[in-house]
Design a protein around this ligand. Structure first.
Ligand SMILES: [Zn+2]
Length: 471
């Protein structure tokens, strides 16, 4: 069944994406340039992401805090690299009411400076460490081009910020949170990831190094989906965050920060969606099941609804006066993982039909079966199948290239992740940009180079890098 309001992926993937966003009522453009409104369907997905991720954070000891949305210019400017990295995107407030401010205030583009300012007052001794904090908030970055969930001037995210007594501990934290992001993508979003380290050019401004998870959309374009940064003592020195260590000596703290955003909703759309609309992974679907009755079956509909609800399955009844066909199409557009059809004639034969959104497979069950158990199992199967399909698709689109010509051929025919050796020079990294804007995604840390020769300069290469076109 093809939805007429939605352009097909093969015709125009970008148009398909915005059609899905609109048809599934995830987000709406607003009168504020570069900013979107998250509609109930879209915000509910974010709330589910937030709820599940928050639990993972708290399970490893983090607490949530909330810091101000404004950052005084003098505070923001203390870390030089951070300032120059974010300068083109910072939005400033120069007036408060009718008076001109003595000092400009930035809308937070990221909160390292405020966290440092906070730690400075709270951290005195090694006994005060580690500080394991996370903040759920919005940030502002004055982007030129915007697209719902992928890039907008204000967006929702979480930013973790931690301070530690030793470099080792902070580096372990950097890796641990990357692992949490990977786990979240796989277990909740059914999205496989590539992990690695950003190059110097692509790392977070002010970080010693940045670890990243990268995902692949159905059209072969890559999406940076979460990053975890190790700062060493760089910020601590810029902001003077000192503590007395176990040897009773003054030392600077070691820090990390890590973030994911509503971009993950964009990834869910582009990894799982099809020509009929959204396909939601069951574990983050705000509504996992819709029940549609056909004919005089309200008693059975209510009975099934109550049974599922009692078993903590998120379910609703579409009892609007639309036609069943319209209701089916709407449930498909909205990506509801399971549709239960209860028809008068089927019921006379003791049959209820379940329809999977991901494969559209129809499963007939007997009314006397344990429906909650059947649905629970089906939701698990759907999750696993969605993950495995996405993984297979990604793996089929990981290529190896030994020359720039090969890189070019791959990108023009079947874009995806391209593995190629790299010598480590930025000029060679930049050379890829001339091929359809390819950028390095990450250095693959546990893999050996293909030939040990840089395809650009022909010199010795000791790194294997994943390349691709990015959103
Ligand atoms: Zn080179």
């Amino acid at each position: 069944m093809k939805n007429n309001k939605i352009t097909s992926r093969a015709d125009n993937f970008a148009k398909w994406y915005t059609d899905v966003v609109k048809s599934a009522q995830l987000a709406e453009y607003s009168s504020v340039k570069g900013c979107v409104i998250l509609e109930p369907n879209g915000y509910a997905i974010w709330e589910n992401m937030q709820k599940n991720m928050d639990k993972l954070f708290k399970d490893c000891g983090h607490s949530n805090v909330y810091l101000p949305v404004f950052i005084p210019e003098s505070l923001l400017q203390k870390e030089g690299e951070l300032v120059s990295g974010f300068a083109p995107e910072v939005a400033w407030i120069t007036r408060g009411g009718s008076s001109v401010l003595e000092e400009r205030l930035a809308f937070r583009p990221t909160s390292e400076s405020l966290f440092c300012d906070y730690y400075k007052n709270k951290v005195k001794s090694y006994r005060d460490l580690p500080k394991l904090y996370n903040q759920w908030c919005s940030v502002v970055r004055w982007e030129k081009e915007t697209r719902p969930f992928l890039r907008s001037r204000e967006f929702l995210w979480q930013e973790g910020h931690t301070a530690h007594a030793t470099a080792k501990e902070a580096q372990e934290e950097t890796q641990r949170m990357l692992d949490v992001y990977k786990e979240f993508h796989e277990r909740f979003l059914a999205i496989p990831v590539i992990t690695g380290r950003k190059t110097e050019k692509e790392k977070f401004a002010g970080a010693e190094y940045t670890l990243t998870i990268e995902t692949l959309m159905q059209n072969g374009i890559c999406l940076q989906s979460g990053t975890s940064h190790y700062f060493g003592q760089k910020f601590a020195k810029a902001y003077d965050v000192k503590f007395l260590n176990e040897k009773n000596e003054l030392d600077y703290v070691y820090q990390t920060s890590w973030g994911t955003t509503t971009r993950m909703i964009g990834a869910v759309i582009m990894v799982h969606g099809d020509d009929a609309g959204l396909v939601l992974p069951p574990r983050i679907a705000p509504k996992q099941v819709v029940i549609i009755g056909i004919g005089n079956v309200s008693e059975k509909v209510n009975e099934v609804y109550n049974t599922l609800k009692e078993n903590n399955i998120s379910v609703y009844i579409d009892d609007s006066d639309k036609t069943p066909g319209f209701k089916f199409a709407e449930a498909e557009v909205n990506g509801i993982p399971v549709r239960i059809e209860i028809g008068e004639r089927d019921l006379a034969k003791n049959i209820i039909t379940l329809v999977r959104r991901d494969t559209r497979e129809k499963i007939e069950i007997n009314v006397n079966e344990n429906i909650a158990e059947v649905v629970e199992k089906l939701l698990e199967t759907i999750h696993d199948d969605m993950f495995n399909r996405a993984k297979e698709r990604m793996e089929n689109r990981i290529y190896e290239a030994r020359t720039l010509e090969e890189v070019n051929n791959i990108i023009e025919n079947t874009p995806g992740f391209i593995k190629a050796d790299w010598c480590g020079k930025e000029e060679c990294e930049l050379k890829y940009k001339e091929i359809h804007g390819i950028k390095s995604r990450c250095i693959l840390e546990n893999e050996k180079p293909l030939e040990g020769v840089c395809p650009v300069c022909g010199e010795k290469a000791d790194k294997l890098v994943m390349w691709g076109i990015q959103y």
